[in-house]
Design a protein. Structure first.
Length: 453
């Protein structure tokens, strides 16, 4: 369904949240899973310079001396178009922790994260001569080379970083990831094990070992490493939940259900784990069982993950009114919730309600989440709903190439083309919409548009 973000079910294993100190500035690919933690929720927009600095000062005071949290605040600011302030915080964090990169180098990683390889190369060229002996520089060289698939250049860069910082767990993890991606599993394991020896309390190395064991089918050894990640900290998810994350990423839903259920058995009062069980039941096409779990969790209207999951469930069942109400409850307590903001915007499009608010929400989602494909699809559909066909066609023409089998993208694009008088193109997309969904809820509108000359 067009533009919907289903992040309430973990969709990928991201670096944010686990061993960030080891992941930042070196690993832009798959890293570590956490069902609990995400990048700092700090958001600020349309602020005066004075208000911006005041907000940063307050957030920095709240963080205290934690260099990883300070680094993450810098990342949040950079992604919200405040590069000067981001660089300052990155530099402060790097001064406190050797496994964090300074701002000039961190920009390279951010540009790579945004798939701007030419921009990353330009930023790298600007810093090469300034910090020739900085291991993070050579990690950046390696990452840019990887983006260009220049494997030998990348290999030499990672080896140079290790030569400059042979006792850095972060460097070892980055080189291990490179070895893993290039098929050298033995070398990767050697680096990951060395990293865990150097920093046994850091989670990233154990996570990498666990991931490698999962992929090879050695579940007992995988679980052993995940228990090292869990340690004795009761606030961290149990090892079984992280193993369930792996199964979910592999689209093995029975396996994910088994291990989330095992995690609940260990922590029966944990609402997030119970929500995860319900979400996997949704994937297993067992909505009634999922609803029995989610409804009690939503009774007080405060547990966001359950509210979002139940909203998705009710929407799928065709109860749009209840779904919208649940998303409104999320936004009432967390106006910066990206999933609820985006999904409510799309729900308003689908139910043909309040076009002005749908567009406002879609624009807000872009401010919060950037240029992610789901957000762009929602934005294009909201533009169409709001009567701005020129802009809608521009956005949705790209979206339909990414998601050619999404009936809502086809519908909104077709209707916008029809409003512009491009009838032949409109008919193509509206016909595709019906082919994709014979019970499309706005079929009568499509038939009227197809008959128009």
């Amino acid at each position: 369904m067009s533009g919907k973000i289903l992040r309430a079910v973990w969709q990928g294993i991201k670096a944010a949240g686990v061993g960030v100190a080891l992941c930042s500035g070196g690993i832009s690919a798959t890293c570590c899973a956490s069902i609990y933690v995400d990048l700092t929720a700090f958001h600020i927009s349309d602020a005066t310079p004075e208000d911006l600095e005041r907000a940063i000062s307050e957030e920095t005071a709240r963080i205290g001396g934690d260099p990883v949290a300070l680094h993450d605040l810098g990342t949040a600011l950079y992604r919200q178009k405040h590069p000067k302030q981001a660089r300052r915080l990155w530099d402060q964090a790097a001064a406190k922790h050797p496994d964090l990169a300074v701002g000039d180098i961190e920009v390279v990683f951010e540009l790579l994260e945004a798939s701007d390889v030419p921009g990353a190369e330009e930023a790298l060229a600007a810093v090469r001569d300034k910090r020739p002996n900085d291991p993070h520089l050579h990690l950046a060289i390696g990452q840019v080379a990887m983006a260009r698939r220049e494997l030998e250049t990348a290999r030499a860069a990672y080896d140079k970083a290790n030569e400059l910082a042979p006792k850095s767990a972060m460097v070892l993890l980055t080189r291990g990831r490179f070895r893993q991606e290039t098929g050298d599993m033995a070398g990767a394991r050697e680096d990951f094990q060395a990293a865990t020896s150097l920093a046994p309390d850091q989670t990233a190395g154990w996570m990498y070992l666990a991931m490698q064991d999962f992929r090879s089918g050695d579940i007992p050894r995988c679980l052993t490493s995940l228990k090292r990640v869990e340690g004795d900290q009761s606030k961290l998810p149990p090892a079984e939940a992280r193993l369930a994350d792996f199964y979910l990423e592999a689209r093995d839903y029975p396996g994910a259900y088994r291990w989330y259920a095992a995690a609940v058995a260990r922590k029966p009062s944990d609402p997030l784990l119970r929500t995860r069980v319900a979400q996997v039941l949704m994937l297993l096409q067992r909505p009634d069982d999922a609803r029995k779990i989610l409804r009690p969790l939503c009774q007080d209207g405060k547990f966001v993950s359950a509210l979002i999951a139940l909203a998705q469930l009710e929407e799928t069942a065709g109860d749009f009114k209840t779904a919208a109400s649940l998303l409104e409850q999320v936004l009432a307590q967390d106006e910066n919730n990206l999933v609820a903001t985006n999904n409510l915007a799309m729900l308003l499009v689908q139910t043909q309600q309040t076009p002005e608010r749908a567009l406002e929400l879609a624009e807000r989602a872009q401010q919060l989440g950037g240029s992610q494909p789901e957000l762009q699809s929602t934005y294009g559909c909201a533009l169409s709903h709001a009567g701005q066909p020129e802009k809608a066609v521009e956005i949705l023409s790209q979206a339909v190439r990414r998601e050619p089998n999404d009936p809502w993208i086809r519908y909104c694009l077709g209707m916008s083309l029809a409003k512009l008088g491009r009838q032949a193109e409109a008919t193509e997309h509206l016909t595709a919409c019906i082919l994709l969904d014979g019970k499309f809820p706005l079929r009568s509108t499509i038939e009227a548009a197809r008959r128009a000359k």
